[in-house]
Design a protein around this ligand. Structure first.
Ligand code: NOJ
Length: 570
């Protein structure tokens, strides 16, 4: 069971992308890269100014950085550019001292090809022979060696770009751009290895119990240091069909609508293979249930790209300690029906034992304000913050930062998906060098600072009561102060206007209604619940907290794309 008083229940979790968050001011010379000490300097901001309950740190481990640290070469140490293990321990201590929990990214599906396990496996050394997924491949009609099956690499976007640059002249108009194979030939072993992501990220063989045990030991290492939870990366890939059947073609694929040739295939074998996936997830979740951690409040959040019903099954595997990310808000367009159906389905199907979650953005997705525009970004924020469960905020989202246009020669991610735009440094202020991120020269910065966002620096927003930052700060505080939001479940409400979505949270007599106008025009809507007299506690547009009286039965007036939080006044 989830601990009754678990702090994760209605926690706000702030995702920190360590490479571009903040470089500690004391580091000389400045490297132009964020640091763990830099994170420590900003923890009071995260806790005391914004009001978050936990931080999730994206990978900070030793890594050759072929995929921004998601290619780990040592699971038990810190990348030297970010600091060292002592800094990490200091960070945990500093976070705990001010009441912040610490969640760390954990990458179970693959390691770096520089990891000692892979080096040994490649040479069939010791017992490491089948720690990764090796295959001799097949022969085509002409006797040429070809990969064992059609499994595609997630990182197939570079093929699309190559074609756009005219590098695939043999393809006719209307032909699909081929995906990159997930199989990589290795000369030294004379076999293919599976690499679902980049060629420097070989997939671990989870059907090998020694691999599972080693990964569990790595988890214990961090729990023993003091971390409070893990974000499991790409977990749905650890369960695959080990008889390597081909994937079927996705007939819905269409080059205009799907950017990634990876989506030409349905995924039933190369990942999402329930028999194995559920077993492995259950097994790693057992680590948290160990008696020795009985007095800890530990939690796992899983990144899994699955359809809603598969996701529901995964959520049922170990609801007391783990849930999958709910990517509904991130993946769906801003439309009232899509969102309402998804949210209703999500909460209806979440076990009572589980903790749900809401996510508006992360380091793999165009920033919220870029996807939806500045106004809707605020509406979406209020909506997510008032829904039950863990609420994730990607660093900079609270400021309404936008994707940067990163020039090709400054990109870090041109091999893997072009995700640099959403990863540029946080705009702390507009009077210090590099917006307060680092004092290094601009050309040394890990990614350049987005000058277009200088006008919305934290410094500028801090004293503006209507700013995006003020909205987040006040909304988070309101959520914390209202028992109905802390404890109440999700109850969808009836409205008489198709553009207006409303739901309620309640605890005893305390009732809170959230009404959201999805339309870009003002709307009027009656909201049906068992009270009529309310007071407006928050508006997404101007953070208005004037406690103005409203009558739900007469109907609410909602400005274009406005979200209102209304407290019962009866
Ligand atoms: C998901 C991570 O969020 C992404 O950044 C990474 O590239 C892949 N998993 C592979 O680890």
């Amino acid at each position: 069971m989830v601990k009754k008083d678990s702090k994760w229940r209605q926690a706000v979790i702030y995702q920190i992308y360590p490479w571009t968050f903040h470089e500690d001011t004391g580091r000389t010379p400045q490297k132009g890269i964020g640091s763990l000490k830099g994170v420590i300097e900003k923890l009071p901001y995260v806790r005391n100014e914004l009001g978050a309950d936990a931080v999730w740190l994206s990978p900070f481990y030793t890594s050759p950085m072929k995929d921004a640290g998601y290619d780990i070469s040592n699971y038990r140490d810190v990348h030297e550019d970010l600091g060292d293990l002592k800094d990490f321990k200091d960070l945990v201590q500093a976070a705990h001292d001010i009441g912040l929990k610490v969640m760390v990214d954990f990458v179970p599906n693959h390691t770096s090809d520089q990891h000692e396990w892979f080096q040994k496996s490649r040479n069939k050394q010791d017992d490491y022979d089948d720690w990764y997924i090796w295959h001799p491949g097949k022969k085509d009609d002409k006797g040429n060696r070809i990969p064992p099956n059609n499994w595609p690499s997630v990182f197939s976007i570079p093929n699309r770009r190559a074609r756009e640059r005219g590098e695939m002249p043999n393809l006719k108009k209307g032909d699909w751009t081929p995906a990159i194979s997930a199989w990589q030939w290795d000369d030294s072993r004379g076999e293919y290895y599976l690499r679902t992501f980049s060629k420097e990220q070989p997939d671990l063989n989870w059907s090998n119990p020694m691999v599972r045990e080693a990964m569990k030991e790595n988890m214990r290492f961090w729990i023993d240091i003091g971390v409070d939870g893990f974000r499991f990366d790409a977990v749905n890939w650890i369960g695959k069909n080990m008889s390597f059947e081909d994937e079927q073609i996705n007939t819905a694929y269409n080059e205009d609508q799907f950017e990634n040739p990876y989506d030409q295939y349905l995924k039933f074998n190369s990942c999402n293979y329930p028999e194995l996936l559920h077993q492995y997830v259950w097994e790693i979740c057992e680590v948290l249930r160990d008696e020795r951690y009985e007095d800890r409040d530990l939690r796992i959040i899983m990144e899994a790209h699955l359809g809603e019903s598969d996701l529901r099954q995964l959520n049922d595997v170990a609801p007391d300690v783990a849930a999958a990310f709910n990517f509904g808000a991130m993946k769906l367009r801003w439309g009232v029906m899509e969102r309402k159906i998804q949210i209703d389905y999500y909460y209806q199907n979440l076990s009572d034992k589980a903790i749900g979650n809401q996510v508006n953005g992360n380091h793999d997705t165009s920033r919220l304000a870029t996807r939806h525009g500045d106004v809707i970004a605020r509406t979406a924020a209020v909506m997510n913050l008032f829904l039950p469960g863990m609420r994730f905020i990607y660093n900079g989202e609270e400021l309404g930062l936008h994707d940067a246009n990163v020039p090709y020669d400054r990109m870090r991610d041109h091999e893997n998906g072009y995700r640099d735009g959403e990863r540029t440094p946080i705009i702390w202020n507009d009077h210090e060098k590099n917006a307060g991120f680092s004092k290094a020269d601009d050309d040394k910065l890990w990614l350049p600072v987005n000058r277009d966002d200088f006008g919305i620096s934290l410094f500028r927003q801090y004293t503006d009561p209507k700013s995006s930052f003020s909205l987040y700060r006040i909304a988070i505080k309101l959520c914390r102060d209202l028992p109905a939001v802390q404890r109440g479940k999700y109850d969808p409400l009836r409205t008489d206007n198709i553009e207006v979505f409303a739901f309620e949270r309640r605890d005893g007599d305390e009732k809170v209604v959230i009404a959201v106008n999805f339309d870009s025009h003002a709307q009027h809507s009656v909201i049906t619940t068992d009270f009529t007299q309310g007071k407006v506690a928050l508006s997404s547009i101007d953070v208005d907290q004037n406690l103005q009286n409203v009558n739900l039965a007469d109907g609410l007036h909602l400005r274009p794309n406005e979200a209102l939080v209304i407290l019962s006044a009866e």
